[in-house]
Design a protein around this ligand. Structure first.
Ligand SMILES: [Fe+2]
Length: 170
């Protein structure tokens, strides 16, 4: 009996970028708003110059992922900063639902006790099939489909700082 198995998967792209301390310290100085779960700049568009500096920093990586996705172009739609103090977390959420809408997380700072990023399968919480956890590492950058549910589990230190954003691939 011949049985074939057909799998549908979603990739989470991951790389470690060369640490740019000058850029990272600029990011860490940005003013954030205290929200219920964490501190964020989400409601205020970030400074244009800093936006472009981060965009340039990520460009090679975004292009390389684009090649893997067979896409010619990419545009960062929006970008924001987040910081987690002890017990801060970010509940399960998705960024987008489009087939070409991706997101990134760049870890600017973290410690051993910073909260992992936990990805869940498409369709969560209606169905809970599997999860994939990423440990924050300074300079690590993830690119993933914006529709993938994900969360930041509670922090046990005051260090985790990230840049996140949405990328359109065309
Ligand atoms: Fe997110």
């Amino acid at each position: 009996m011949k049985i074939q198995s057909h799998n549908f998967t979603q990739s989470i792209f991951e790389t470690i970028l060369p640490i740019d301390n000058q850029l990272y310290s600029k990011i860490k100085k940005q003013k954030l708003t205290k929200e219920e779960e964490l501190q964020s700049s989400y409601d205020t568009p970030i400074d244009k110059i800093l936006f472009n500096e981060i965009k340039n920093y990520l460009q090679d990586y975004m292009d390389s992922v684009g090649k893997m996705l067979n896409k010619e172009k990419n545009i960062i739609d929006y970008m924001w900063f987040q910081k987690y103090f002890i017990s801060d977390y970010h509940n399960v959420h998705c960024h987008n639902s489009g087939t070409n809408e991706y997101s990134f997380i760049l870890y600017i700072d973290c410690g051993d006790k910073s909260g992992d990023t936990r990805f869940l399968n498409l369709g969560y919480p209606h169905i809970n099939l599997n999860e994939y956890r990423v440990k924050p590492v300074k300079g690590k950058c993830l690119i993933f489909l914006g529709a993938l549910p994900h969360e930041s589990i509670p922090a046990r230190d005051n260090k985790k700082t990230i840049v996140s954003g949405n990328i359109q691939y065309q």
